[in-house]
Structures are given as structure tokens and as C-alpha cells.
Design a protein. Structure first.
Length: 193
């Protein structure tokens, strides 16, 4: 099977229902391209936003992952800390999902998997997308950061002189991959003057 234990590394990818679902799709395409093992959960709102905001179909996105789970499937292997994974990325991450992770309210597979990552001290990256932010959002970000997560908002960058939306998307994906220590050349690194 494509991606199966290829690099001895396993990544859980969660796509939740915020604007910017394209970020999750582009991350999966990159990982598919390097044959990386991925376990995917797409929330129900994200399944509606994918065809609304992008040119992709949900079925195409699911096929990019090594394995895809239903978000209600709390019997899935990734719901348990005994199943070995290395890290998880929620990309994009809604304020609702952020709130669920911050409060430990694990009533779906995405939230449970993130909870497991934190309790097992595994890397958890949240590409939290909302603007402007309320104090509740900011406090939830502080809470998950204290618990060990990395909050990585999809913030625009201009020093690399982007010309297309694709350049901006690649910059965010590159930053996520950097935190995961996955080699990439998706954006121009700052070399100094
Ligand atoms: C088109 C669209 C765009 C949305 N964008 C955002 C967003 O950028 N950030 C956010 O926190 N919620 C956003 N929402 C609201 C979430 O989809 C909603 O809170 C949902 O309950 C999140 O559930 P989930 O986290 O399980 O996917 C958006 C909803 C729609 C329909």
C-alpha cells in the first residue's frame, strides 16, 4: 500500500471546517509525493467546504492518505495511545476544534486523536484559522501551547516576494513541514541581506 510504513514515520492529518481547506489538501499532496504514511480525518463541515472553496472532490482528498477514517469512528486505531504515531497536524483548525482540544472534550475522532497526541507527548500542530481573534480563541491557543501543541496560524509572508496564492500556500505548508522536520524546499528561506 502506498505510504505504508515507508519512512517509519506516521502522521495523523485532520482537516476541520474552516476556510483554507486547500492547505490540508496541499499538505497531503506533498506527503503523498514523498510516500509518507498518513492517517486522515475530515470533519463533516470540512467535507462541505472542500467542494465549495476548492476545485477538489472529497473522494480525491481521501485517496491522498494511506488511511482515512470517519470522524465518528472512536474505535479507530488512532483513537488509542497504544497505536504508534509520530505527530498530528490539524490543517486548517477551526476555533471549535481548537476549543475541543483545549478543553479535552474528545467527542469525535479528530479531537480524541489530538488529545492522545498531547497525553503521549507527541507533536501536535494546529494551523488555527480565524481572524480577528476573540479572547476565548487566544486563551485556548495559550492553553494548548502550555500542553505542548504548536499553534501555527496560516499567516501571510511577504519577505519571500510571493506572486501567487500558491506561493503563500507553499510557504505555510513549508512551515508545517519544518516543525515536523520533513525536508522541503517549498519556500525561499531568508538568507540575510
Ligand atoms: C465556508 C465556511 C467557512 C468557515 N470558516 C471558518 C474559519 O475560518 N474559522 C473557524 O473557526 N470556523 C469557520 N467556519 C465555521 C465552522 O465550520 C464551524 O464552527 C464548525 O462547527 C466547525 O466544526 P469542525 O471543527 O468540527 O470542522 C466556517 C464555516 C463555513 C461554512
Amino acid at each position: 500500500m502506498r505510504g505504508q510504513l515507508s519512512m517509519g514515520k506516521t502522521l495523523i492529518v485532520g482537516i476541520s471546517g474552516s476556510s483554507g481547506v486547500l492547505l490540508g489538501i496541499k499538505l497531503l499532496e506533498f506527503l503523498w509525493g514523498i510516500n509518507y504514511e498518513t492517517h486522515l480525518i475530515i470533519t463533516s463541515p470540512a467535507e462541505s467546504i472542500i467542494p465549495y472553496e476548492t476545485e477538489y472532490e472529497v473522494e480525491y482528498v481521501k485517496k491522498l492518505a494511506t488511511k482515512t477514517y470517519d470522524n465518528s469512528d472512536l474505535f479507530a486505531p488512532i483513537a488509542s495511545g497504544s497505536f504508534r504515531t509520530d505527530a498530528m497536524v490539524v490543517i486548517p483548525c477551526t476555533m471549535k476544534t481548537l476549543g475541543g482540544i483545549a478543553s479535552g472534550y474528545s467527542d469525535n475522532l479528530l479531537l480524541r486523536s489530538a488529545d492522545v497526541c498531547l497525553k503521549e507527548r507527541r507533536r501536535l500542530i494546529l494551523v488555527a484559522r480565524e481572524t480577528p481573534l476573540s479572547l476565548i480563541h487566544i486563551e485556548n491557543m495559550a492553553k494548548v501551547t502550555r500542553a505542548g501543541a504548536v499553534v501555527l496560524p496560516p499567516v501571510l509572508s511577504f519577505y519571500s516576494k510571493p506572486k501567487k496564492v500558491e506561493d503563500m500556500v507553499n510557504y505555510i505548508i513549508g512551515k508545517v513541514l519544518d516543525v515536523l522536520e520533513i525536508e522541503n524546499k517549498l519556500y525561499e528561506r531568508w538568507k540575510g541581506d
